[in-house]
Write a protein that binds this ligand. Structure first.
Ligand SMILES: Cc1cc2nc3c(=O)[nH]c(=O)nc-3n(C[C@H](O)[C@H](O)[C@H](O)COP(=O)(O)OP(=O)(O)OC[C@H]3O[C@@H](n4cnc5c(N)ncnc54)[C@H](O)[C@@H]3O)c2cc1C
Length: 550
């Protein structure tokens, strides 16, 4: 099947993009690597930021100022302004698509406070905002005739010179490699916090696949060192303990029963304070007992239930052990003008994009908004592009390479345990490239990643059954994880300062020399180059020079 527009990703960004790209006559498909209902978007609980009155310039300015402040000097003013001004229209659109936001007593959309915001501007649907939004969007996209190709693992882009011509996909069902030709492709594959396996609110399959694909296609990744750690994950499962728990008055205490930080401080400050307690051999808990059972059940129903089901803890009587966890990744595929890439016909949006909206740190409630706003924009651009262009040829030599890779993974035997590798990589990332970083820890992590990168080509499936082979996908994911982890480590090494979510104990100050994004590019297969982003004009000149000398 061929498509005018293929969208990779079925979260809020991909769904908005597909809806916008669909016309009455064209063919649009959304591709997801697993279940359509399984995405970070559907897990989002707190809400989505928006000033609801598009003419309230004062409040709009405050939203822009909060976002810019949070970005710690790396925010892109144009993108931020576009996002904040588009927000009221997005909420209206979502309502028209069937999202029923909670209302206040006067019947208006209710708004709550969220970390880092100077006003109540977070719209919500109980503590299931993401699920309510994605379900409404899926229903709307289906009604428009968008096709859903689930259980398709995108391996690479199909390119014709510097233009996109489709995507190369591995179908989980029978492990066959297929091509979906498309005039335009939108990447909306989410973030890479899952590489911190064992220490992340994200599912283990958040392996940064689309970022790795973009890197292999010659695109640049930006801001990769900025990983936002959430102070409160369940100590055992890493599942999120929502910020609302502290917002409602919950305490953080150590095993001596002592409070050690202002619970309402910024996420990075609280995360560091918890990390220090843990370093000193203490355990950390969230204490909600003083709030009383009635309030906990009323205001934090999902948390009350999951503490009981996952940890066997009654929050009205017991302490819940917690730890900080990787939650959101600011880095992504470098985007210009909001969603454009250097490959014609290829657009990028949502958490996998870096368009300068979050810079060095994300404001809570802004990522659902970013996904919706820039998803919408990517869909509009892709529709216009696909109307103006025809299909470009598929380079089948690239497809054959992916078929050979899959065959090779099946062909040989191995005794190596790639699951153990993923787990130890998660441990290494958390200890060396986590909340507090230094040169020594980063170099150690780099050495380990280099070793893993050399191991990946030697991994093979133990089970040779081609139907629904989970090992095959895990090996392909591990390949992507190691590439992305290396990009994160190299960027963190390069940034010899502390800024936003990136904290170096050996460089605690913010240094104006680094008031620029860091970008990563693959020079040749497996060799990454990391540098401070230069002025656009310089970049263009260098590109032309490189093209001439290559
Ligand atoms: C527990 C939790 C709570 C959160 N709460 C909030 C909140 O209250 N407010 C807020 O603003 N943000 C919140 N966030 C962050 C927010 O949910 C995400 O940043 C946002 O949903 C990302 O949306 P997205 O559309 O970019 O990607 P996602 O929703 O992550 O979707 C990614 C999609 O890409 C697909 N995909 C990935 N790789 C491949 C591949 N190789 N082949 C095919 N398909 C692929 C996946 O299958 C999936 O469909 C939360 C995050 C988590 C984890």
């Amino acid at each position: 099947m061929i498509y005018d527009v293929v969208v990779v990703g079925g979260g809020i960004a991909g769904l908005m993009a597909a809806i916008e790209a669909k016309s009455s006559t064209n063919r649009v498909a959304i591709i997801t690597k697993g279940n359509l209902f399984k995405s970070n978007s559907s897990l989002a609980s707190g809400g989505i930021n928006a000033v609801l009155d598009p003419y309230d310039h004062g409040e709009l300015q405050k939203h822009m100022d909060d976002t810019l402040k949070s970005a710690a000097g790396l925010g892109d003013k144009k993108s931020i302004e576009y996002m904040c001004k588009r927000a009221p229209h997005i909420i209206k659109k979502l309502t028209e698509f069937g999202v029923e936001f909670d209302k206040d007593d006067a019947g208006n959309i209710a708004q709550r406070s969220f970390g880092g915001g100077s006003a109540k501007r977070t719209c919500y649907v109980g503590d299931k905002t993401g699920a309510a939004i994605t379900q409404a969007l899926i229903k709307h996209a289906k009604s428009l005739g968008v096709q859903f190709l689930v259980n398709n693992f995108i391996m690479n882009l199909a390119l014709h010179h510097s233009k996109v011509s489709g995507v190369i996909s591995l179908r989980r069902f029978d492990s066959s490699v297929v091509v979906y030709p498309a005039k335009a492709v939108i990447l909306a594959g989410g973030g890479y916090a899952g590489i911190y396996r064992g220490f992340s609110t994200n599912a283990v399959d958040y392996t940064g696949d689309l970022l790795a694909i973009a890197l292999r296609a010659g695109l640049r990744l930006q801001d990769m060192e900025f990983v936002q750690f959430h102070p409160t994950g369940f100590a055992k499962s890493s599942n999120l303990v929502s910020e609302a728990a502290r917002g409602e008055g919950g305490y953080l205490v150590n095993d001596e029963g002592k409070r050690f930080v202002d619970e309402l401080e910024r996420r990075d400050v609280v995360s560091r304070a918890i990390a220090e307690q843990i370093e000193n051999g203490k355990k950390v808990f969230i204490d909600l007992r003083h709030l009383g059972k009635e309030l906990i059940e009323k205001k934090l129903p999902s948390l009350y239930k999951s503490a009981f089901l996952q940890a066997g803890i009654d929050l009205s009587e017991e302490l819940l052990p917690i730890k900080p966890v990787a939650h959101y990744t600011m880095g992504g595929v470098e985007a210009s003008n909001g969603v454009n890439t250097d490959i014609k016909g290829l657009f990028v949006c949502g958490e996998c994009a870096a368009n300068g909206v979050h810079g060095a740190n994300r404001l809570g409630g802004n990522s659902l908004l970013e996904g919706a706003v820039f998803g919408e924009l990517a869909g509009t651009r892709a529709l216009a592009y696909s109307r103006a262009k025809d299909f470009y040829p598929i380079d089948y030599s690239k497809v054959i390479k992916d078929i050979e890779l899959v065959d090779k993974i099946f062909d040989k035997d191995t005794s190596k345990n790639f699951n153990a590798m993923r787990i130890s990589l998660g441990n290494m990332m958390f200890s060396g490239v986590g909340i507090k970083r230094n040169q020594e820890g980063l170099e150690k992590a780099y050495d380990y990643i280099s070793y893993l990168r050399s191991e990946v080509p030697t991994l093979h499936c133990i089970g040779k059954e081609r139907t629904n082979n989970v090992e095959l996908i895990s090996i392909l994911e591990l390949r992507n994880v190691t590439e992305i982890a290396e990009a994160v480590i190299l960027s963190a090494l390069k940034r010899e300062e502390s800024r936003g979510a990136h904290f170096r104990v050996d460089h605690e100050e913010t240094n104006p020399k680094y008031a620029k994004s860091i970008v990563v590019q693959e020079l040749k297969k497996g060799i990454l180059r990391v540098f401070l982003k230069e002025h656009k004009l310089l970049y263009k000149i260098r590109k032309i020079f490189n093209a001439k000398t290559n």
